[in-house]
Design a protein. Structure first.
Length: 420
């Protein structure tokens, strides 16, 4: 069984492609079942975020091309449409990659914590879909533990440099003073909560929160002295808004060209600054072509955040060393599984022999046979049974000149004996 990670992320593919292969939470359960049903796929998990879509799989021999082929098929893409943008990590490299993702070392914003929560959600969905067994299950738990260790023992997460923070900083560059603006947040998830917190630190007075589930919008708005509106009413409020920041899980744009065009007419050429943090994108791409609209996507923010991360680089070097050590720990456990299976099978075999011979001895005792002779026969028979296959194999190894096997047997059988 081999471990493989296949995916695309912000390093390898633009947002226009990342949104094509994103999995919505509602679709992930079915996708996991379909992936697990592919020939050779023994375990499967899917991580899908704004910046990456990754498949984590344990595979049988000769199945390494199955996950990437399935990814094309699931999203109805041509067989090689994703190939130039895909990366493949195998065995130790797959383990290292997941640990780096969990620790925020592979994120657009170095050390950001949101991806760990997303990885935990991917783990829970795979558990619910019953597509995990011991090896991949243990790798997820190991990655969570390593991420906690990295965050506790290094400075990588100390300064606020999340995508939400970077978006607000970008808005601050444009407007200088955010306090007089009317700000619209579209969505009510973790990213929007973090964005709202950063806005409140800059004393934004007029905050609107639009969401499909109005109760969630109201909960977020109430915590930050804002107002909630249903998502379907959002176009009517666009004309009041100077800054729009959006991050929903919608599969289609929630802010259309028509809605923005009508809002601009009412604003009489006063511009709107928009930051789209969603994948798939929440703002229709053609909105960027409108005059008086300044639209930034995640790809635009990446260029900005790269300049803001120098203070985390030293901590990242320490974190990378910690990850390398933890990769070795997991791989040692994984290699030990072969021995565990062999030991279990051998114990079961010897146990079956013992039960059979014990029943035979009990029958003889019940029939009046000499107990001492019965016990001696039981001991001799069980000893001969246990030793027969190993000794036959060693004789054949000696005949074939298999010094490696003879040396291993000598270490195995003599290594546990006390030295005289």
């Amino acid at each position: 069984m081999s471990l493989l990670t296949v995916g695309i992320n912000h390093h390898t593919a633009p947002v226009s492609l990342r949104e094509v292969v994103a999995f919505t939470p509602d679709a992930t359960g079915e996708a996991l079942q379909r992936l697990k049903s592919q020939t050779g796929v023994q375990e499967a998990a899917i991580l899908s975020t704004c910046n990456r879509t990754e498949l984590y799989c344990s595979l049988g021999e000769g199945s390494e091309t199955v996950p990437s082929a399935w990814l094309h098929e699931f999203h109805r893409l041509k067989s090689d449409q994703l190939t130039p943008f895909l990366y493949h990590h195998r065995e130790e490299n797959a383990v290292r990659h997941m640990l780096r993702v969990a620790a925020g070392l592979d994120s657009m914003v170095l050390g950001e914590p949101e991806v760990l929560g997303q990885l935990k959600s991917a783990y829970r969905m795979a558990l619910d879909a019953r597509t995990l067994n011991a090896p991949l299950d243990r790798l997820f738990k190991h990655s969570f533990s390593v991420a906690k260790k990295v965050r506790t023992e290094t400075e990588i997460g100390r300064s606020p440099v999340s995508v939400a923070y970077s978006g607000v900083k970008l808005a601050q560059r444009v407007f200088d003073d955010l306090s007089s603006l009317t700000v619209l947040l579209v969505g009510a998830g973790e990213t929007m909560e973090l964005t709202a917190r950063h806005l409140m630190e800059r004393e934004v007075k007029h905050l609107l929160v639009a969401n499909r589930t109005v109760a969630n919008a109201a909960d977020l708005a109430n915590r930050f002295r804002g107002s909630a509106i249903p998502l379907h009413e959002m176009p009517q409020h666009l004309s009041k808004c100077d800054l729009v920041i959006t991050s929903t899980g919608a599969t289609e744009p929630v802010i259309t060209l028509q809605a923005v065009t009508e809002a601009l007419k009412k604003r009489k050429r006063r511009p709107i600054f928009m930051i789209d943090l969603a994948v798939p994108r929440d703002v229709e791409a053609s909105v960027a072509d409108l005059e008086d609209i300044y639209l930034y996507t995640l790809d635009d923010l990446q260029k900005i955040t790269e300049k803001n991360q120098s203070n985390r680089q030293a901590a990242a070097s320490v974190a990378e060393a910690m990850v390398s050590a933890e990769v070795d720990g997991y791989m040692n456990w994984r290699r030990s599984l072969a021995a565990v299976n062999t030991i279990r099978d051998y114990r079961e075999q010897v146990g079956a022999w013992k039960d059979t011979m014990l029943e035979d001895a009990q029958r003889k005792l019940a029939a009046g046979a000499d107990p001492q002779k019965v016990m001696q026969q039981l001991a001799n028979s069980l000893t001969n049974k246990i030793l027969h296959q190993p000794t036959s194999t060693l004789r054949q190894a000696a005949s074939d000149g298999r010094e490696d096997l003879l040396s291993a047997a000598n270490e195995l059988f003599n290594g546990s004996q006390p030295k005289s």
